[in-house]
Ligand binder design. Structure first.
Ligand code: CDP
Length: 236
């Protein structure tokens, strides 16, 4: 093994990125990606990237600055210098302001999916996302983790479930948080978001080549995590 001594910090950082293992979990809204990805990251002792939060924070920052969500160059400029921080306790900060709850509303999800159609914003967020790779590894969840951001990932999972069961899960999540919700409205909202995410020209939602497609309809969180970990252990 060559010694690391004498290497400059930039080349050590590059080595860190090259040696980090990556496991991607992509899928439609409310498929449980976030919960599963965090649990898998914890089990493997890996870092975790919630890429959707970056689109949510960008949309929130734009709304707060009075920028139109359809104004691609202005949105990309916000994404290129996004003052976002993920705290170890799970809080998300925008310019030091705790926006953890503000980015989780259904409205924030819709706004995120509107800004996510801009190719210039997706490009602007690439380096930021890739910067999350550190040894021993990273679990990244989103829509294009396996197809665009981490095409070299050691395992790519596409997590899905029927629209009805996803709407049902989202409904229970909201009710548990004390937020009133309407099941039919949630179902419509997620079908609309699926359609927008699947039909956009750049980085549309679809399984990466060679992805392990896991339908979690009828599986609970523990069972789903177990399936992913088994697949990880069995990867070539
Ligand atoms: O939790 P949920 O799956 O509903 O949403 P999310 O993962 O936080 O993502 C919010 C929105 O950001 C999605 O509807 C996508 O339009 C967009 N997104 C994306 O385009 N690419 C990603 N890698 C992650 C999210």
């Amino acid at each position: 093994m060559p010694s690391e001594q004498g290497k400059d910090p930039a080349s050590l950082a590059a080595l860190d990125v090259r040696q980090a293992l990556v496991l991607t979990i992509d899928g439609p809204t409310a498929s449980g990606k976030g919960t599963i990805a965090q649990r898998v990251a914890q089990a493997l002792g890996f870092y975790y990237l919630d890429s959707g939060a970056l689109y949510r924070v960008t949309a929130l920052a734009a709304t707060r600055a009075g920028v139109n969500l359809d104004d691609a160059p202005a949105i990309a400029a916000i994404g290129a210098h996004l003052p976002v921080r993920f705290e170890p306790d799970g809080r998300v900060l925008l310019a030091g302001d705790d926006v953890s709850d503000a980015i989780r509303t259904e409205q924030a999800g819709q706004a995120a999916s509107r800004v996510a159609v801009h190719p210039a914003l997706r490009d602007a967020l690439l380096a930021l996302q890739r910067g999350f790779q550190h040894v021993p590894g990273l679990v990244a969840d989103g829509r294009d983790m396996g197809t665009v951001v981490f095409p070299q990932a050691a395992l790519k999972v596409f997590l899905t479930a029927t629209p009805e069961s996803r709407a049902d899960r989202r409904y229970k999540q909201l009710i548990e948080k004390g937020i009133s919700a309407n099941l039919m409205a949630l179902l419509q909202d997620l079908q609309q978001r699926d359609a927008r995410d699947q039909s956009r020209a750049v980085a549309p939602l679809k399984p990466a080549q060679g992805a392990y497609v896991l339908d979690s309809t009828g599986l609970d969180v523990d069972q789903t995590v177990e399936q992913v970990l088994n697949r990880w252990a069995a990867r070539r």
